[in-house]
Design a protein around this ligand. Structure first.
Ligand code: SF4
Length: 260
């Protein structure tokens, strides 16, 4: 298990980066809500005597609940017991807090991509610590189109079986692995197609290969379906002749696939 975690963390931003920024965002958002409440108090009191107290109580509840959800993520990362109550709200909260986290990160010189990468590391850790196991035929492996060699003439986006496994890119390696292990492999040209494939295949888990940005949105999009991400390698820049570390893919597969 430790080896897998380390493999997923290689050259990745630290998990505490995302969690720290999320907590800081939470704090600033609560502060902003408090400021707005203070400003609105006289107006609210004019409408109804107890309205400031009601609105204040509501804001305290929202702030406490969202703080609890972030703390729940910290517990999950540490492998400690978590409250299921928070699980379904976690990604909704991330969607709200992420823009704040990006702005805070910018102030201290942290790039958006680093924060997204840190999110993927956190999400992967939670996935692996949940010890999710699925039979190979219930696993969907998704890769981006940029993994295909740009000069390859074969159309693999609708049917990856058109790949001739020539060894020119990792699509062939993934196809070979899919044949050996029995999981479904699909090359998606974008988020919409990826979502369609998930709807059609109805897998029990997804292993997605993509860049930080696409993994971040993809993992949230398929929730509550468990998804683990493997970052692609971009020796030629983004979205062009990308690669994936097949050893890393195999290590993650070994961790989550069980024999039928
Ligand atoms: S491995 Fe498949 S997709 Fe990649 S270049 Fe060869 S035929 Fe094309």
């Amino acid at each position: 298990m430790k080896e897998i975690m380390n493999a997923l963390a290689v050259a990745r931003p630290k998990k505490r980066l995302f969690l720290g920024l999320l907590l800081a965002s939470e704090f600033f958002l609560a502060l902003a809500l408090y400021g707005a409440w203070l400003i609105c108090c006289p107006g609210l009191a004019n409408i109804f005597e107890y309205l400031p107290a009601v609105v204040g109580a509501l804001l305290i509840f929202v702030s406490t609940f969202s703080f609890g959800a972030v703390c729940n993520m910290v517990l999950a990362v540490k492998g400690l017991p978590t409250l299921k109550l928070f699980h379904r709200y976690t990604f909704a909260l991330i969607r709200i807090l992420f823009p704040v986290a990006v702005r805070l990160g910018k102030i201290v010189g942290i790039k958006r991509r680093q924060i997204e990468g840190s999110f993927v590391a956190v999400s992967n850790l939670i996935f692996l610590k949940s010890r999710i196991k699925v039979p190979a035929k219930k696993l969907l492996v998704l890769s981006p189109h940029c993994l295909q060699l740009s000069s390859c003439p074969h159309k693999i986006t609708r049917d990856p079986n058109n790949c001739k496994r020539c060894g020119g890119c990792n699509v062939g390696d993934l196809m070979k692995l899919a044949d050996e292990m029995g999981f479904t492999f699909f090359v998606a040209t974008g988020g919409t197609l990826a979502r369609q494939v998930v709807m059609k295949q109805r897998p029990q888990a997804v292993l997605a290969i993509a860049c930080e940005r696409d993994l971040m949105s993809g993992i949230q999009d398929v929730y509550p379906l468990p998804a683990v991400g493997v970052l692609n390698i971009r020796p030629n820049g983004p979205c062009y002749n990308t690669r994936v570390d097949m050893e890393e893919v195999k290590r993650v597969l070994a961790q989550i696939v069980i024999s039928d």
